[in-house]
Write a new protein. Structure first.
Length: 153
């Protein structure tokens, strides 16, 4: 039971970590890796931005290893699990649903998913690292829900 609480708490916390990392790291000192993600003309399936998947996987890998190897640090395994599940959700939402890098979920007409897509579109309207908005992934500002709800009538 406690393991599930840790995993779910970390998953929820990861949205704040994502927002902060996206705003201050990806749109900050590592903009050189994230910049190509905001360009409209991609000449390759992979982007420099994809290095972030590797960068963000490293803490999980380390925590899994330590949590598995050191009995009194067992909880690190479940922290890693929460991070990994969030990473999988991020991949499914960002890469597959929003950017359609793989052509699944192309005809979803759910209010949450429409709001999510709109918020991400607003984020990408800014081609530079300044003046960005909507830096999170799974939690969508209320105004986009309201817009999605109006457009569904």
């Amino acid at each position: 039971m406690f393991q599930a609480v840790i995993t779910i708490s970390v998953f929820i916390t990861m949205e704040a970590v994502t927002w902060l990392t996206h705003k201050f790291v990806m749109h900050g000192f590592l903009w050189n890796l994230h910049r190509d993600h905001h360009k409209k003309d991609h000449d390759s399936f992979l982007e420099r931005n994809d290095y972030f998947f590797v960068i963000f996987a490293i803490p999980s890998i380390i925590l899994f290893a330590i949590g598995n190897a050191v009995p009194h640090l067992w909880y690190l395994f479940y922290i890693a699990l929460g991070i990994t599940i969030y990473g999988f959700a991020y991949f499914m939402v960002h890469e597959i649903f929003i950017h359609q890098r793989f052509k699944f979920f192309t005809r979803t007409d759910n209010i949450y998913f429409r709001a999510l897509r709109k918020a991400h579109k607003v984020h990408h309207k800014h081609l530079g690292k300044e003046d960005g908005e909507c830096f999170g992934m799974l939690m969508v500002p209320l105004k986009y829900f309201m817009e999605a709800k109006k457009s569904s009538r």
